[in-house]
Design a protein around this ligand. Structure first.
Ligand code: ADP
Ligand code: MG
Length: 189
C-alpha cells in the first residue's frame, strides 16, 4: 500500500495523547448520508458527550476499538432536521452470535465534513463489522489509539469513498499488531 501525501506516520505503539478512552455515548441520528450516499454508515455520537481532550484533537481521522451495548427503551420514531424519519430501536436487534457486541475495530472521524459544507463538528464512527440491522439509540464506548490523517475536502464523492477505504485498511493493519491489540482490553467491562 502506498502512503498518501496527508498520511501521518503511525508509531509502533500508541503515543501521547493516546490512548484516549470514552464512557458509553449515545448513538444519535445525523443526516443519514453515510449509508445512503457513501455506502459507509457511521454511528454519530454527540461531541458534548466526549472529553475536552477528545474535543481538542485536530479535525481528522482516527482509529481504535469500540464496543456497543443496547439500551432498555421502547422503540421510537424521530425526525431528522431534513424531515425524514428514523426509527430508533435502541439496539434491540444487536446479536451476540453475530459478534455485534464484541470489541470491534473502529475508524472515527472528528470533523466538520467539508465535503458537505457543514459548519459544526461531528464525531462519527465506522465500526468495521457487518451488522444486520441499524442500532440508533444504542450506546457505544471506544478508545482512540492513533491518528491517520487530517480532514480533507474532496472534489468528488468517489475520492472521499476511496480515501475512507484506505483509512479502514490502514486502521485494521495497525490494530492487528501486538502493541495496539492489547488496548482492546481497555473496553472490557
Ligand atoms: P446518520 O447520519 O444518521 O448517522 P448513517 O448513514 O451514517 O446515518 O448511518 C448510521 C447508522 O447506521 C448508525 O447509527 C448505525 O445504527 C447503523 N450502522 C450499521 N452498520 C454500521 C457500522 N458498521 N458502523 C457504524 N454504524 C452502522
Ligand atoms: Mg453517520
Amino acid at each position: 500500500m502506498t502512503g498518501r501525501a496527508a498520511d501521518f506516520p503511525i508509531p509502533d505503539k500508541p503515543s501521547a495523547p493516546f490512548p484516549l478512552v470514552t464512557g458509553y455515548c449515545n448513538i444519535v441520528c445525523g443526516f443519514g448520508r453515510g449509508s445512503a450516499e457513501l455506502g459507509i454508515p457511521t454511528a454519530n455520537v454527540p461531541v458534548q458527550e466526549l472529553s475536552k481532550t477528545i474535543n481538542g484533537l485536530q479535525l481528522g481521522v482516527y482509529f481504535g476499538f469500540a464496543k456497543i451495548k443496547a439500551v432498555d427503551h421502547e422503540p421510537e420514531t424521530v425526525s431528522r432536521n431534513n424531515g425524514t424519519k428514523v426509527k430508533m430501536n435502541y439496539g434491540r436487534f444487536l446479536s451476540r452470535e453475530n459478534g455485534d457486541l464484541d470489541i470491534l475495530p473502529v475508524v472515527l472521524s472528528v470533523g466538520k465534513n467539508p465535503f458537505y459544507d457543514n459548519d459544526f463538528k461531528t464525531a462519527e464512527l465506522y465500526i468495521v463489522h457487518e451488522f444486520d440491522n441499524d442500532f440508533y439509540g444504542a450506546q457505544v464506548k471506544f478508545n482512540i489509539l492513533g491518528y491517520i490523517r487530517p480532514e480533507l475536502n474532496y472534489t468528488t464523492k468517489e475520492a472521499l469513498i476511496q480515501d475512507i477505504k484506505i483509512d479502514i485498511k490502514t486502521a485494521l493493519k495497525v490494530l492487528n499488531t501486538e502493541n495496539y491489540k492489547v488496548f482492546r482490553s481497555q473496553l472490557a467491562d
